[in-house]
Design a protein around this ligand. Sequence first.
Ligand code: ADP
Ligand code: MG
Ligand code: ZN
Length: 491
Amino acid sequence: MVTTPADSITANATYEPVIGLEVHVQLLTATKIFCSCSTRFGAPPNTNVCPVCLGMPGALPVLNKKVVEFATLAAMALQCRINETSIFARKNYFYPDLPKGYQISQYDKPLAEFGFIEIPSGGGKKKIGITRVHLEEDAGKSLHEGFPDAAEKTAIDLNRTGVPLIEIVSEPDIASPDEAYEYLTRLKEIILYTGVSDCNMEEGSLRCDANVSVRPRGQKEFGTKAEIKNVNSFRFIREALEYEIGRQIDVIESGGKITQETRLYNANEGKTYSMRSKEQAHDYRYFSEPDLLPLVVDEKWKAEITKALPELPEARRARMVKDYGITEYDAQVLTFSKSLADQFEEAAKAAKNPKRVANLVQSELMGRLKAKGIGIEHSPISMKGVAASADLVEACTISGKMLKDLYDLCFERGKDFPVVYEAAGRPQQSTDTSALEKMIDEVLAANPKQLEQYRAGKTTMLGFFVGQVMKASKGQASPQLVNELLAKKLA
Ligand code: ADP
Ligand code: MG
Ligand code: ZN
């Protein structure tokens, strides 16, 4: 439950929120940004370290080429302009987990600028500007629990120092907590499609700081902003923003002033708390990093990197709607991940009727997955399996009922459709007319009352007879054929 201050509404007729997000994404390189130490998560503390990332005097950084390629790829996917020359800068501050006393980042000449992400908004689409994408190294980690004497001491793990990050800074174009949520969802989806990060929030591969202010509707100037730090899920960011907007409106309404500050969100209470004010804010004393040359990403290298740029989710959805005659919603579900979309397209191309494949995913697969709490990427029935089953229905070899039963079996046994279909002896719906006619005769003979009603003009009884025959055939009969034969018999 989110507790919002009494009497406040997050966005009301009088005030509107202004939001800008700063997102850190860890790049999936095997080694760190300026040394050859491993970036592996979960290694014993202080084992992935060397003189460079420990900040030993005289140790020199050497830029990891793969980091530049991944960062450039991400920036391209975010529609940014890549600056041919960018400059590394030192961001100076003291913190126990920052052995050098500074972080190597980029400041006034970042790797990329002027991008955007499109989000759905009010039935249409809205562009959220991306100010910049820059490269930086991560700091270490202070541990306050999980070791002896934890209550009194802080331990430092420096495995993280020098892990490559990109920071993606948005323009203050986001107008509500819902838009912030959408922006983050799209951003993550795009980054995942490029494959440069796993965006795993639990492991800290994606982190978001949210800047928010409110202003009277219609006013041009921004209000004073607060920055909410280290919120660890998109849902919590939305909640933190809702709370913070309400709080700011309350402060202003009661005659107070917003102070520029950094705040922390307590997810249990649903409230933000002041961490430090502007007076205590860091003065980073940025200056160009003397140990690194300017970074040059020239046209030739850019062209090389572009080759790795996949079709992005938004464009892909539009194309899939066109290519397979599926709905926007189908496309949304089927592009949940790049691998799922790849599988679907492979299956859809192989299947006789792509639309039927999409329908089966929606109607038969998703429900079963949901009931079992399985993600579609772990589905026992693969997209190939769905395609195979779709073809059998398309060819009238199996009925819808048979397909449902076979899908149930797949989930029971954790096996793919072709395997289960084979094991069941490749069942076919009965198209044996003489056997069906016999069943029809038996059903009619066993239900004289219903037959009488039918003859007296109650034609809806036909449905009853079809049902009885289907039951007698144990779902094996083709409903279409049963209908035809019954109609003939009764005529
Ligand atoms: P800082 O120097 O405090 O980091 P920046 O100008 O770099 O501030 O902006 C950081 C983030 O805050 C950006 O995402 C930007 O869009 C957002 N931002 C800037 N001003 C405001 C404001 N008044 N209200 C809400 N967000 C803002
Ligand atoms: Mg900032
Ligand atoms: Zn190192």
